[in-house]
Design a binder for this molecule. Structure first.
Ligand code: 5CA
Length: 170
């Protein structure tokens, strides 16, 4: 059994892992495979806060505001590289779950995830996810709820928005 399966068994988490041969590597892939809203997909993002790796659980379409994470996790904050993420969590990018990590990592959870009856998160592999109520996700990950999402597109190039006024994807 893999690390995540072992953790679920040891914790008696009552979580059922579902495999999707078509892949769930990205939030978009996972939403398509599951047939849920993108907002119901939990991205488990590994950041360095100073010298310490932390996990941010972020709703699918949301972009994490690093300044906000810095304020609660202690900064400076930067996205971990793939190898650092793997060593800290025990999983490769695309399959990092929200709990059951190789090391004890502080977890911060996007408040938007509480707005859904259930959400879906990676189960240790890029082709497996599991369904969970957000309150239970918070408990099992021992997460601190936080306002983590960037509220605007202020870091994107204004010209790109002006170039596609009818894209309708807001
Ligand atoms: N299985 C899906 C849905 S649950 C999943 O794991 N999504 S995810 O968002 O949590 O993981 C992909 C994220 O990993 C990307 O959003 C990106 O932030 C990050 N990532 C992708 N490539 C790299 C890389 N080379 N180094 C560091 N982070 C990366």
């Amino acid at each position: 059994m893999n690390r995540f399966g072992s953790w679920l068994t040891a914790t008696d988490a009552g979580v059922t892992v579902r495999e999707f041969p078509q892949g769930t590597r990205t939030a978009t892939d996972a939403a398509r495979a599951v047939g849920c809203e993108l907002g119901q997909i939990v991205k488990s993002l590994v950041f360095m806060a100073g010298a310490r790796p932390v996990i941010a659980l972020v709703s699918g379409p949301n972009r994490l505001d690093e300044v906000r994470l810095e304020a609660i996790a202690g900064g400076p904050v930067a996205k971990a590289d793939a190898e650092t993420a793997r060593l800290a969590t025990g999983y490769s990018i695309g399959g990092v779950p929200p709990f059951g990590h190789a090391t004890d990592l502080p977890v911060f959870m996007d408040r938007d995830l509480l707005g859904y009856p259930v959400v879906w998160a990676a189960a240790g592999r890029p082709d497996a996810v599991f369904e969970i109520a957000p309150g239970r996700l918070r408990e099992l990950s021992n997460a601190v709820i936080a306002d983590l999402k960037a509220e605007s597109n202020r870091t994107s190039a204004p010209g790109l928005r002006a170039a596609s006024p009818a894209s309708g994807d807001s």
